[in-house]
Design a protein around this ligand. Structure first.
Ligand code: ZN
Length: 227
């Protein structure tokens, strides 16, 4: 038998399902009836697998709106590097579901970014994670931290931001994304989510700096990008 903690957390999950069935589902019955027929999400949302990042909560979206892809470090390997779960989800979201936006969302206190800054830590016992994080290595060079051992919050944030911009650059190497961008049918945007304050900043690709949601909205309203 598993330890008490494991059993209790599983019981809590099953109780959660009961609550969903009795309280939450009936309130959104019409929505689920519609969703039972198919999905038409507007956005492919790529986030870290971190348990504290909740894409539907921070965007206040209902089921059916976000096609969510999560992994350690919100990483998108460049096309051809690793054809697998990430590249197939991107191809499906863009070609079959025809999403209009792809958001790559990094976050504060990211364990993957911290591990990247501290390669001598315990990554040697996790060869798969170590190999996966190589897809973010260039972000470390961008912040000039190739030999840094500083894992303070400011450095981790700066690496997380540059990692988001790097993964957006990788996204452009995917043929489905490149084609949709050429047809002006897709917007790519990077976000940084601060867990402690709840704030989301948009990472401006030109300046490579975070801007406020308000400023990002103004840019969008002023541009001719597809709405
Ligand atoms: Zn993370």
């Amino acid at each position: 038998m598993a330890d008490t903690g494991a059993k209790e957390s599983l019981i809590a999950l099953l109780r959660g399902v009961e609550k969903f069935n009795t309280h939450v589902f009936p309130e959104k019955k019409e929505l689920f009836k519609e969703l039972a027929e198919g999905q038409s999400p507007s956005t492919l949302f790529i986030a870290c697998a971190d348990s504290r990042v909740n894409p539907t909560l921070i965007t206040q979206t209902d089921p059916g709106k976000l096609f969510v892809l999560r992994n350690i470090g919100n990483i998108v390997p460049a096309y051809g590097e690793m054809l697998g779960g990430v590249s197939s989800a991107i191809e499906y979201a863009v070609q079959a579901l025809k999403v209009s936006n792809i958001i790559v969302c990094g976050h504060s206190n990211c364990g993957a970014m911290t591990a990247l800054l501290k390669p001598d830590g315990n990554l040697d016992s996790m060869p798969t994670v170590k190999s996966w994080l190589r897809n973010a290595e260039a972000a470390k060079a961008v912040i000039g931290a190739l030999n840094s051992t500083d894992v303070g919050p400011a450095t981790v944030r700066s690496l997380a931001e540059q990692n988001v911009l790097l993964q957006i650059a990788h996204l452009r190497t995917h043929p489905s994304v490149a084609a949709a961008l050429t047809r002006n049918e897709l917007i790519l945007q990077g976000w940084f989510y601060d867990i402690g304050s709840g704030e989301v900043a948009v990472l401006d690709e030109q300046s490579r700096r975070p801007i406020s949601i308000e400023e990002a909205l103004q840019h969008l309203e002023a541009s001719n990008a597809p709405a």
